[in-house]
Design a protein around this ligand. Structure first.
Ligand code: FAD
Length: 487
């Protein structure tokens, strides 16, 4: 018999992996081999709209993981299930074939994934195989922080406070799990066929458009745990000091750029936060310590909070807004506005810069994500779900909980000119991504259509704004109010 760890798309690492570590202990206790699998489903990837960058990142990280595991005589076997519903069957077949007594995996909190695991749990039970799931994606188990009434917390500020207090009282929550122990050497011969199996290619529709695109994305986002650790060390050593002051200044590029690694679980949040705690002289993440570290940890608590909210509002994973009233809004069918937004040609420099960064780097700075999302769902009044999907199709760090919560509609309408003046005061970020505006001097770069003469503007080869800011803001607020009144 054997023990299996099933890697999913959110725990692609050997280090500090709750379920993998438990599977290894179980295998050692029972003196049986540990085998690992990953179920690849091309149609599932298309269904979720994953970007070529993210799929490539996952596949490359899996290949590196496979060779790390093979050094420990542990195979990582790629299984291919064409449709997502076939994933469970592929696992069942593998389990029967190799007489597996226990299956270990980490929780995925999205509704379909939870249903799949529940179904598999029942099927495995009838085969007398146990199936154990672990909480691994967060430090704080989602759903556990409750308010005075005993209900799960629903507001970030008190959640953050409670999170800090709990981790302060129980620093062991940041302890990392042991790496898996090596299998006996003879596993490599006994299970020879399971070693060195090739991972499939990305589905055709999800491949990079060109080799040079692939190269530049790989350079920006090198795959694998070691690359993540290097980035974490660099961030904590060189960048975190100025993080608080600069986190909303996109030209400073002062954030960690670790999101791709967290979302695919190539780096665990526990490991990152325990390294941050060490860098903070082992102090807790309270304001008394390094303010950059406090402020960075707060962002990771946001990530924890959004996973917590997914448990409380599972419809968030089903294409519905948290606030269901927004589902009643009649959105505009503005094909031209949509195309301009996607290409970064709306005539609003800050918005266009953000979209062009996304289209080039498969990544966008947080401040720009906030602004481009607001512009689509309020000024253009286009269904925010189209934008959500576009982000999924282009981001290397797409993460369902973070993305849906980031896109959650609200009455807030960002003014992209005011935002740019505040967050990009020298227009450096705009000029980097919108080279048509390279030679525009001073504050005109934030709103060239209104701040240059007609003649000067026409020379730029840059579009006039697709919508007037004030009018579109008014239109949005009225529409939200009237449509939601009927809800
Ligand atoms: P850092 O500033 O270094 O932060 C460290 C980590 O904290 C990030 O890697 C991320 O895991 C987490 N984090 C940071 N900001 C947030 C936040 N606002 N909400 C939740 N977690 C956060 N993040 C994703 O990981 N995937 C997404 O698909 C995604 N979509 C978004 C869509 C919109 C509309 C908005 C407004 C935000 C979205 N975010 C998403 C959150 C945030 O923009 C990114 O996590 C961040 O820009 C990644 O850069 P970084 O790793 O340098 O972040």
């Amino acid at each position: 018999s054997a023990i299996v760890h099933w890697f999913r798309e959110q725990d692609i690492r050997l280090q500090d992996n709750a379920a993998l570590s438990a599977a290894s202990s179980k295998a050692k206790d029972a003196s049986v081999p540990l085998l690992t699998i990953f179920v690849f489903s091309p149609l599932d990837m298309e269904w979720h709209g994953l970007s070529p960058a993210k799929i490539d990142f996952i596949l490359e990280s899996l290949k590196l993981l496979q060779s790390e595991l093979e050094e420990l005589h542990i195979p990582l076997v790629p299984l291919t299930a064409n449709r997502r519903v076939d994933k469970g069957k592929m696992v069942m077949d593998f389990i029967k074939k190799h007489k597996v007594s226990h299956v270990f995996a980490n929780f995925e909190y999205e509704v379909d994934e939870l249903r799949r695991d529940l179904d598999l749990y029942k099927r495995l039970k009838s085969e007398e195989t146990s199936f154990e799931l672990f909480h691994d994606q967060t430090v704080m188990e989602p759903g556990t922080l409750t308010s005075g009434s005993g209900a799960p917390m629903k507001v970030f500020t008190p959640y953050h406070k409670a999170w800090l207090q709990k981790v302060g009282r129980q620093p062991e929550l940041l302890n990392v799990y042991d790496d898996p122990a090596a299998n006996d050497k003879d596993v490599s011969t006994k299970y020879k066929d399971l070693f060195g199996q090739k991972f499939p290619e990305a589905p055709k529709s999800k491949q990079f458009q060109s080799e040079s695109e692939r190269k530049s994305i790989r350079q920006l986002w090198p795959a694998g745990h070691q690359a993540a650790m290097k980035r974490l060390d660099h961030f904590l050593g060189k960048k975190v000091e100025t993080y608080k002051a600069n986190r909303s200044t996109p030209a400073a590029d002062n954030s960690s750029r670790l999101s791709a690694y967290f979302s695919a679980g190539v780096l665990s949040v526990r490991q990152a936060l325990s390294a941050a705690r060490k860098a903070n002289d082992d102090q807790n993440f309270e304001t008394s310590g390094n303010s950059g570290i406090y402020s960075w940890a707060r962002e990771l608590v946001f990530r924890e909070f959004y996973r917590h909210m997914l448990i409380i509002k599972p419809h968030n994973a089903m294409n519905l807004p948290s606030n269901l009233k927004f589902d009643f809004v009649q959105w505009e069918d503005d094909e031209e506005g949509w195309k301009k937004w996607c290409k970064g040609k709306t005539g609003m420099p800050f918005i266009d810069a953000g979209m062009r960064q996304l289209n080039t780097e498969s990544y966008m700075h947080n401040r720009l994500r906030m602004n481009t999302a607001s512009y689509l769902r309020t000024n253009l009044l286009i269904d925010y779900r189209k934008g959500e999907r576009y982000f999924a199709e282009h981001l290397i760090d797409w993460d369902l909980a973070n993305n849906t919560n980031g896109w959650e509609p609200s009455y807030t309408v960002f003014n992209p000119v005011v935002q740019a003046e505040k967050c990009d005061p020298d227009g450096e970020y705009i000029r980097k991504w919108v080279p048509e505006l390279n030679n525009v001097q001073g504050k005109a770069v934030f709103d060239p259509y209104h701040r240059l003469s007609k003649q000067e503007f026409e020379k730029l080869d840059y579009p006039a704004p697709h919508v007037d800011f004030k009018e579109s803001r008014q239109r949005c607020l009225q529409r939200y109010k009237s449509d939601m009144a009927d809800a």
